[in-house]
Design a protein around this ligand. Structure first.
Ligand SMILES: Cc1cc2nc3c(=O)[nH]c(=O)nc-3n(C[C@H](O)[C@H](O)[C@H](O)COP(=O)(O)O)c2cc1C
Length: 444
């Protein structure tokens, strides 16, 4: 079995799976039960001046039968007294010395940072995570994303924490910025030891059209909240990858955002994460999901012949290129399996109305010289009394993938490599050759 243990800037953890700072890490009882369930680490619910929360404070987007595909909250930091939290952190660390216990912090002044860091260090915690990401409530008070969105301010505040702390300091970044590398570089300039991302995305998940109040409803009002859950994974993956491929970012990354399965976790690790943090999936299904995360990742590493999770780390980073460096001569075409097609025509309509109209049904004429590898089989199926199924004209197909995404039948439409024998050539290669100056040179 592959070795899942990690060392994150000196913070050791039996596996890369950490709970993110959020409701599941609110108390010692929760964190200890999570460790018993198999979580390798936890980032404690953000400590600071205890706040008052609203009721209600969560909103969600469900798609069909899939509940909480996107999740939204207007919760603030901890509402429990600092001494209680510190006592429980100390107890937790005493009972689980080999698990990673990181404490999330958010306070305002230099003195406040000095004071809270001194008190947290005294608990035996392994590291600090500075919450510069919360996009609601706390930012109105000059904290959270108000710091994370201003690289110069971020560098100063992170610098205080680094100055006062003997523990590794991580900065948790907000995705509510134009270019994630700017705050990340500011954090690195402040000599932090790691980066966590993403915190939640500023959002309104919907509107109660009877009351005419956005969700989550708080009496006659609401406010923008922070979006997370499976829906945000693509945004988080991009941001993690963007930092992992930036050579000036030389600290480990803790990937967060929409992780629910071992596959999600493996993707974050392949794009450069050392640890991964989970919030919404645990709020949805409980601490027990970690058993599947561990099993799945472990089996995957074994299958791929990787002896440790560190062999997976960053494997996909090299392949994350600029658009201008992609191979314009690479070509795929839609292969519609006549035996699997149910004749629903969704692909045909999508291709006709939103792409190049290369999908046809039945005896539709094929221009001379064009190839349609499944046409005869599709016609034969119709002639034998089966449903009329679709086929693709490969010489018209641009390989956009739309048909394969709308098709409701698993593996019915696959995109097959249709090599044209041309060697690699990117847009940037063409620009370098001056091809953009040749009429039609950009479109061949
Ligand atoms: C209800 C709720 C409360 C949260 N509280 C905090 C917090 O106190 N500190 C923090 O850094 N992040 C907080 N987060 C953000 C999560 O730690 C995490 O960054 C985000 O939810 C994305 O991960 P996910 O898609 O797995 O939920 C909170 C998220 C939720 C849903």
């Amino acid at each position: 079995m592959a070795d899942l243990s990690i060392d994150f800037a000196g913070i050791k953890s039996p596996n890369p799976f950490w709970l993110a700072s959020a409701p599941p890490t609110n108390t010692g009882d929760q964190v200890m039960r999570a460790f018993d369930a198999g979580w390798g680490g936890a980032v404690w619910k953000t400590l600071g001046d205890p706040i008052v929360d609203t009721s209600s404070r969560f909103g969600a987007i469900s798609v069909g039968n899939e509940r909480m595909v996107g999740f939204n909250n207007i919760e603030l930091i901890t509402d429990r007294p600092l001494e209680v939290n510190l006592r429980e952190i100390r107890e937790c660390k005493r009972r689980y010395p080999s698990h990673a216990l990181v404490v999330s912090l958010m306070v305002e002044s230099r003195e406040d940072w000095r004071d809270i860091i001194r008190r947290v260090e005294d608990t035996g915690a392994d590291g600090l995570e500075l919450n510069f990401g919360c996009p609601h409530g706390m930012c109105e008070r000059g904290m959270g994303s108000a710091v994370g969105q201003e690289p110069e301010v971020l560098e100063v505040v992170a610098g205080w924490a680094v100055e006062f702390s003997k523990l590794p300091v991580l900065v948790k970044l907000t995705p509510n910025v134009g270019d994630i590398t700017e705050p990340a570089l500011a954090a690195v300039a402040a000599h932090v030891r790691g980066l966590s991302l993403i915190n939640t995305i500023k959002s309104i998940v919907g509107v109660d059209l009877d009351r005419m109040v956005p969700y989550p409803v708080v009496g006659a009002r609401s406010t923008n909240g922070g979006y997370c859950g499976p829906a945000v994974k693509p945004i988080a993956l991009h941001m993690v990858g963007a930092l992992a491929r930036e050579p000036r970012i030389n600290v480990p990354i803790s990937g967060i955002g929409g992780i629910s399965t071992w596959r999600d976790a493996a993707e974050f690790i392949a794009l450069g994460s050392t640890s991964v943090q989970v919030c919404t999936a645990v709020m949805h299904y409980g601490f027990r999901i970690v058993a599947d995360l561990i099993d799945g990742l472990s089996n995957f590493l074994d299958e791929k012949g990787m002896k440790s999770v560190s062999e997976l780390r960053g494997r996909a980073v090299r392949a994350y290129a600029e658009w201008g460096d992609l191979d314009l001569n690479y070509k795929v075409a839609a292969h519609i399996d006549p035996a699997k097609c149910i004749g629903c025509d969704l692909c045909l309509v999508a291709c006709r109305d939103s792409s190049v109209d290369c999908i046809h049904v039945g005896e539709h004429p094929l221009p001379a010289g064009h190839r349609a590898p499944t046409r005869d089989a599709a016609i034969a199926r119709a002639q034998q009394g089966g449903v009329k199924v679709t086929w693709a004209d490969w010489d018209e197909c641009t390989g956009c993938n739309l048909c394969s995404h709308v098709c409701p039948v698993p593996e019915c439409i696959t995109m097959v490599e249709d090599s044209n024998g041309k060697s690699f050539e990117s847009w940037n290669d063409r620009i370098a050759k001056g091809a953009d100056k040749v009429p039609g040179g950009l479109h061949d």
